[in-house]
Design a protein around this ligand. Structure first.
Ligand code: ZN
Length: 150
């Protein structure tokens, strides 16, 4: 840690205090005796979503909420349910401890949540997200779903 006044590298910690989210240190430059304060806190986690074509974009909760709202349209799902799904997806993403997450992982997490919440919403989301290229893959997905709900 360089002294902000004289740029000397020799500073001494004269006081250290733990706040809730940071460690606050009072330092004294051994060259010019200037005193200053530093804070140490965990870096705010920042998430990026990496798309199939390699493009990277900042994670957006709004985007997830948009997809969810479309999927649950006219279904008996409250706004609070939708927010709760977004919360759980976000927690999962942060729990991975990685700053870059493939968009497929985000989509799979959302699908897993919707599958539990509402089958119709799940199928709607899956049909857009997976953009079922042929009728067969869609039927397979439906068959799986029906088998599980029996
Ligand atoms: Zn100094």
């Amino acid at each position: 840690m360089l002294c902000p006044v004289c740029r000397a590298g020799d500073t001494r910690v004269i006081d250290s205090r733990d706040d809730e989210n940071a460690v606050r240190r009072r330092r004294e430059c051994q060259a010019c005796r200037h005193r200053f304060t530093t804070f140490e806190r965990p870096e705010a986690p920042r998430l990026y979503v990496v798309k199939k074509d390699g493009r990277r974009e900042a994670y957006s909760r709004e985007k997830i909420l948009g997809g969810l709202r479309k999927a649950v349209e006219k279904r008996p799902i409250s706004g609070a349910d939708v927010q709760a799904v977004a919360d759980r997806v976000e927690r999962e993403l942060h729990a991975r401890g990685e700053s870059e997450i493939p968009s497929s992982v985000v989509g799979d997490l959302v699908m897993a949540e919707l599958r539990r919440l509402d089958k119709v919403a799940y199928i709607r989301f899956a049909s857009v997200y997976r953009s079922f290229t042929d009728v067969q893959s869609f039927q397979e997905e439906l068959a799986q779903l029906l088998a599980k709900s029996e």
